[in-house]
Structures are given as C-alpha cells and as structure tokens.
Design a protein. Structure first.
Length: 154
C-alpha cells in the first residue's frame, strides 16, 4: 500500500488476526461474565424483594420473564459492539502492522517512508521510523561514496 493509500479508509476489518482475535476473545469473555453476573443479580434481587404473597419460584419465574426482554436487547447489541471493537482496534493494530511491513522492506534495502491514517494511534511512531530510514539512507549513500572512492583509488 502506498503512502497516498494510507490515508484512505481501511478495506478490511482484521489487520492482525492474532492480536485482534485475542482482543475479541477477551472482550467476549468479559461481556459473557458481565451479562451473567448482571442477569443473576437483577433476577435474584428482584425475586428476593418481590411480592411476599407469591412463592419464591413464582417470583423467580416472573423476574426471568421480565429480564428476558432486556437480555434479548443486550444479546442483539453484542455483534455491533464486537464489530466496533474490531474497527477501533485497527487504530492501533494497523500502525504496528504498517511499521512491521516497512521494517521488513527496510531490511531488504527499501527505505520507503511510513505514514499512518489520520485517526490512527501512535502517529509519532511513523515519524520515528522515518528518521531511522533517513539515517539508513544517509549511511547507505556515504557507504556507496566510500566504496566508489576506494574503487577509484585502487
């Protein structure tokens, strides 16, 4: 991807499946734990504080029914939250993937400049990389001059 394309909107959600997959698993586990604890707490508290004229099992069934709608809404929102997490994670995973690619290219002798998208995190990392790439360029130029001078002197 060229530097002009780096300012465009990402076309893929998973930039680094390993990192983003781990993040999604962690968020999913937290959501499940939160949802379960919240459901149990709400249902139990409302059951315990409910109408004493009803039996515990009747109050419990009533509260489960009332919580079902809230639970359904929460479960319906879950995929949207996961997609937002993936898209948000691109703002920090994308720059690292880009720097890794540029480092690989630098190791192969290509000192292409690095830039990130406007809303990406760690914008200064691209500047730091570019300073290092400029240094490599200068050192390569100096080395080439020295080799040329040595060859001419021989």
């Amino acid at each position: 991807m060229s530097d002009t394309n780096s300012r465009e909107k990402r076309k893929q959600n998973f930039v680094d499946a390993h990192v983003q997959g781990a993040l999604l698993r962690r968020i999913c586990a937290h959501w499940i734990i939160f949802f379960t604890v919240a459901a149990v707490a709400v249902v139990l508290i409302k059951t315990l504080l409910g109408d004493p004229a009803q039996s515990f099992s009747q109050r419990f069934q009533t509260e489960i029914g009332e919580f079902a709608l809230i639970g359904l809404v929460m479960l319906t929102l879950f995929p949207a939250f996961m997609l937002d997490t993936i898209r948000f994670s691109n703002r920090f995973v994308g720059p690292i993937a880009r720097v890794r690619r540029h480092l690989r290219q630098l190791g192969e002798g290509d000192t292409q400049r690095c830039s990130f998208r406007e809303n990406d995190f760690w914008g200064e990392l691209a500047n730091d990389f570019n300073c290092a790439a400029d240094l490599v360029d200068r050192q390569n130029s100096e080395l080439a001059k020295l080799i040329t001078a040595k060859t001419a002197a021989s």
